[in-house]
Design a protein. Structure first.
Lengths: 427, 427
């Protein structure tokens, strides 16, 4: 028997004997001829069934092994179809709960139904493609940072306390004690800058026990983080980030020319928070919900302004109020009530939060005290600062939210294989 | 001011003005001359201090900014040292609890002490290098699988039940309900084979609430997993794995020629479990602890045998008893009491468990029933099988244990940045 051929390899095999293995995407009976559309990891293949074959056993999603001959056929995908000599069933299948081969049906199916039947609904090509794009995002994120001198790290998700403040922590029974699921790798990545790696990144799960259910929140998400030492200001972080985003977009454009047309990113424009407030008032008459940072509507409008007036889907907003940022945020050198930090908006949605961090021990301890935090509770973290930390900063970005914005999805859950929210713990 | 130079760039800069930033590794006062050894992410640099400078401010771990001139000096690392004109303190530092510049002191420090002071002990070059190797392992693992047609996935760690059986699960308070931390991505990666991606891999945390504390267990570890469809037997998985291991070893040898001398891996020898039992009895007089699989001592002895008689640090053991493998394990076609599975031993320690899985729905349901498991509790997982699954298999490998074996470390905790065990939840 010949070795397996993927559907994507067929165009080079016209005239040759081939063997395909995959799922029955559908069978189309045109009377004179019956086509089996086979789906494998390469895509779809058009297979002409032998006239004597009983097609009743070939229901949708049946796993089959097909041997036959490839031949040119202009109307087939890739210009080549397969005349089957033999079709063997590898695994039988019950009919799927959703008509997977019909893009319109899949598109109109409620998201909750798609998620309830995730093991099957992922088989719809448009649903699965999101995760091919996502794998490309991950690879490009890492490649860009590795090229910029960063080292990958893995930090614990079982922790004694949250790094981001607030109470949105999941509690874990840890033998006789209690632990929590990390909201972010913030403290650990800072400690790793101090370890001497200087430039570190992590791709790992992060957890937020958010009670509210929105189209952009998950309780478990993949956090893309980097942190870097020896910067002069938050601008050093923003430069690295702009290159990372540009390289991610370029990789996705290259690999998915039909699905993605993402902007070419060189420099990303910036707007200071005070300036953003002024233009929201002047252009949009919006003055509420801007107490030190932008609310969701403010982000949307700044994004609209940036697209229209700067011709950019991406825009940095800098200089949010220090009180609206975490305790480790560095005050702005020219205005101590504001922070040396930034958000990155992408089509009006915040996809990145970052900035410079406090690096001097005494300053960090004072910042903790001013917020009513007890430094003794942060002893392990503070040890890095006690023993010499360089100026540093970094950023965090949710993979699912980035993917959603890149592909124009309606809900972040479409960009998560098996999403978790307040009500959803399965599949 | 000139841009920052890394210590590793100095060899090309003799005669040029340079600016270095990093940590004071140590100051050596030879009377006539005082050296500051500066540590940055590139390594170490030898700096001659100006005679008029007060070195008291330059305690170990102080973060400094040095400007001066590079010049040839055969006794300096890389053949170039820096005559400093100016040394500015960026961040002061308390003296570290461990003499970081002294490899002998670091080596003789108790592991618990190193771990208690992890933010600082990681700064010792020999301690930190482990994680540079580990980052290379991760990159090579992904690159090898991507080249073999695999797609990266991220699956949930918050789950309703464990995939590996047993009760070693951490419980999480999930709003009004209970969830558990995933022991492995097993069920999800199988579902993703069925999604049509066919070949998937994941790098993610996994959790085992193991009460016992050993030198090779962690409660939270990084699991390297892959799973692939359309295999003929477990041998297809083993071939992919052998290539992955070979490419990891080659990448580490290339990047760390001083630290690593790992074997060149082409084919990995195999020994059947029954054969392994016989040779343990014949060569080592060992007959106990071999009830269907190898105990720790059995693994050690088979590893010794493979190294001595086959000249291989790696050896596959195949055909363990079906009863000693999880419910999803495929029975061996020639002996249904044994499994189509394997372990990979590396210097006598199991680093990988893998095999072929059951792919037919009815067979999987029957296997569950025969073990007293209720299929209705596995509905989401079984949905993938109900709707057509190809023959498939895969493997799981702990990153920290692999790193330990590669570098000959005494304890797996040395290969984890911030290890977690029954007693350790910090730093």
């Amino acid at each position: 028997m010949p070795a397996r051929t993927l559907s994507s390899q067929l165009p080079e095999l016209a005239g040759k004997p081939v063997r395909l293995q995959g799922w029955v995407h559908r069978v189309r009976d045109l009377g004179r001829v019956r086509f089996l559309v086979l789906r494998d990891r390469g895509g779809l293949a058009q297979i002409v069934l032998p006239t004597n074959l009983d097609a009743k056993q070939l229901g949708c999603e049946t796993v089959v092994d097909v041997t036959g001959t490839a031949r040119g056929e202009p109307r087939a995908p890739g210009g080549v179809e397969v005349q089957a000599e033999r079709v063997d069933v590898i695994s039988r299948a019950e009919p799927p709960p959703i008509e997977l081969f019909n893009p319109k049906v899949v598109e109109e199916t409620r998201l909750d139904t798609l998620l309830d039947h995730r093991a099957v609904s992922l088989r719809a090509p448009a649903v699965l493609d999101v995760f091919r794009v996502q794998a490309t995002v991950l690879a490009a994120f890492r490649a860009s940072l590795a090229a910029q001198g960063f080292t990958e790290i893995a930090t614990p998700k079982l922790v004694l306390a949250g790094a981001e403040g607030g109470s949105a922590l999941f509690e874990v029974g840890y033998f006789e004690r209690k632990a929590y699921l990390a909201q972010s790798p913030q403290f650990y990545k800072q400690m790793m800058v101090g370890s001497g790696l200087e430039r570190v990144f992590e791709v790992g799960h992060a957890y937020r026990a958010e009670k509210s259910e929105t189209s952009r929140h998950l309780t478990e998400f993949v956090s893309l983080d980097f942190e870097m030492g020896f910067i002069d200001s938050e601008q050093g972080v923003m430069r690295v980030l702009a290159r990372v985003i540009g390289e991610i977009f370029a990789a996705v454009n290259e690999r998915f020319p039909k699905r993605a047309k993402l902007p070419v990113v060189n420099e990303i424009p910036q707007v200071d928070f005070v300036e953003a407030k002024r233009l929201l008032a002047d252009r949009f008459g919006k003055t509420d919900g801007l107490d030190g940072d932008l609310d969701t509507e403010g982000e949307r409008l700044v994004g609209e302004w940036a697209r229209r007036e700067l011709g950019s889907e991406l825009v940095f907003v800098t200089g949010y109020a220090l009180s609206r940022r975490p305790v480790y945020a560095m005050p702005h050198p020219s205005d101590p009530t504001r922070s040396a930090s930034f958000d990155l908006l992408y089509n009006g949605v915040e996809i990145v939060t970052g900035g410079q961090r406090i690096h001097r021990y005494e300053q960090l301890v004072a910042a903790m005290r001013s917020r009513g935090l007890e430094p003794a509770n942060y002893e392990d973290y503070l040890a890095a600062f006690r023993h010499g930390m360089p100026p540093h900063g970094g950023m965090g970005m949710g993979l699912e939210r980035l993917t959603k914005q890149m592909l124009g999805l309606a809900n972040v859950k479409e960009a998560c294989l098996f999403p978790r929210d307040r009500n959803r713990l399965r599949p």
